[in-house]
Design a binder for this molecule. Structure first.
Ligand code: CU
Length: 176
């Protein structure tokens, strides 16, 4: 899915760049006899504009309908486990790193220095939950790990030279 999105983005960027170059190349030509041709071109431009707006709206509606990040809605359920996660330049301080599959885990996320982003990944590339880690605030993030395994915690907010080194692991054991 990410590769498809990346390929489509590249194609779209190439089309935009090509149109841009075409317009630049044509800018030095004197304007053609205005009148019927120009009026019809303007009408087409108007139609294309509204078509692009409608297509963009439809595409956004179709693809963003399902919220991609689990457990990000308002916290309403009592968690089974509470884990405090504090971001520092450049490490995570997490007071508990083992839970059982099926438990509702609430992360209390904050930071001591600058903004960090706490993101939990399954299988390296699949982010299952994320929230900001901000000094002076506690953001609560509820996650129910359904499958056992090691989940990587990375920083999503560029926070300095060793940002990439902010890694931790949450180990999810098979539920009893
Ligand atoms: Cu960070």
């Amino acid at each position: 899915m990410q590769n498809l999105a990346w390929t489509l983005s590249l194609i779209s960027m190439a089309i935009v760049a090509a149109v841009f170059l075409w317009v630049v190349a044509g800018a030095s030509r004197p304007a053609e006899d205005s009148g019927v041709i120009a009026r019809s071109a303007f009408r087409w431009r108007d139609r294309l504009f509204w078509l692009a707006i409608a297509a963009g709206g439809a595409l956004s509606f179709a693809t963003l309908w399902e919220w991609p990040i689990a457990g990000h809605a308002a916290v309403v359920t009592r968690p089974d486990v509470v884990i405090r996660a504090v971001g520092h330049q450049w490490r995570w301080e997490i007071d508990r790193t083992e839970v059982e599959a099926g438990q509702l885990v609430e992360f209390e996320v904050t930071a001591t220095d600058v903004n960090h982003g706490l993101a939990i990944y399954k299988d390296k590339t699949h982010m299952i939950a994320q929230t900001q880690a901000m000094p002076g605030y506690v953001n609560r993030l509820q996650v129910r790990f359904t499958e056992p395994g090691d989940y990587e915690v990375l920083c999503l907010e560029f926070c300095g030279v060793a940002h990439h080194g902010m890694r931790a692991v949450i180990r999810v054991r098979a539920g009893s």
